[in-house]
Design a protein around this ligand. Structure first.
Ligand code: ATP
Length: 243
């Protein structure tokens, strides 16, 4: 039992949730360590949504709304932490959802898909093919899903696949707390924020932005400025950490 007044209550509850989903086979042990890296970077950015991340989330909404075939690629950690928020974003953006796992087994694919569907997410199904030029199983995807998408939101992406997708000319939006990761640097657009904070912001903008705002938002951004701002914020926090 984690006491509500514990200063790290939210973080401890999240760890408890992930441990439970790891026991159920939705999250992998490797996924738990990836979460730890995320937590470390969240400390560094101050555990709240930075202004530049909010701006990036607004651009993400515009990219999803202007896409012909938007899709959200969901892995185990994303399903465990944010199934309800994925459902809301799917409704607001009209995006498809496809499950894509690094540690992929038929059983785990089914578990993650079921977990999402039980929470109202419409999950694409079909026969996966090795369409992306990757030697690991994240190269498997659906021809009518990720392969055909023009804009792909990939929360908690791995750098390899992000690079492969952008090389294929796809617009790749990443949510990653680490502005130095390969994913963050390879993506078309990076939201440097915690997954469960970032998703509702994108959803809100999908509902709020006016159609006439979409083209300029979707074209007029520089991802290096978003990454640079996140790094500056981290540097400032470190400089003043002991003030
Ligand atoms: P890359 O291959 O892109 O260089 P990596 O090896 O760190 O990065 P993974 O281990 O596949 O990539 O993914 C973990 C990434 O996800 C880390 O960069 C971590 O900061 C980030 N991350 C983990 N949990 C969260 C979360 N809840 N919200 C946002 N980002 C997160």
């Amino acid at each position: 039992m984690i006491p509500k007044d514990h200063p790290r209550y939210h973080s401890l509850k999240t760890r408890e949730l992930l441990a439970r989903y790891a026991a159920e086979g939705i999250v992998t042990l490797e996924g738990l360590t990836a979460h730890g890296r995320g937590e470390a970077f969240d400390y560094l950015i101050g555990e709240k949504t930075m202004e530049s991340a909010r701006q990036a989330a607004k651009v993400a909404a515009a990219l999803l709304l202007s896409a012909e075939r938007p899709i959200i690629s969901v892995n185990g950690n994303t399903a465990a932490l944010a199934a309800d928020q994925i459902k809301d974003l799917q409704e607001a953006s009209g995006a498809d959802v496809e499950v894509n796992l690094f540690h992929r087994t038929k059983e785990r694919m089914e578990k993650v898909s079921r977990h999402l569907e039980e929470r109202g997410v419409r999950v694409l199904s079909g026969e996966p093919e090795r369409l992306l030029p990757l030697s690991h199983d994240r190269g498997l995807c659906l021809r009518e899903g990720i392969w055909s998408a023009d804009v792909i939101l990939v929360p908690l992406e791995d750098g390899d696949r992000c690079q492969a997708l952008t090389a294929l000319g796809r617009t790749v939006i990443v949510i990653d707390l680490n502005p130095l990761s390969r994913s963050a640097r390879e993506a078309t657009l990076t939201i440097v924020d915690e997954l469960t904070r970032a998703l509702p912001v994108i959803t809100r903008y999908c509902r709020e932005i006016e159609p006439h705002q979409i083209p300029s938002l979707a074209r007029g951004f520089d991802n290096r400025l978003f990454l640079g701002d996140a790094l500056s914020q981290i540097c400032r926090r470190l400089e003043h950490a002991l003030d």
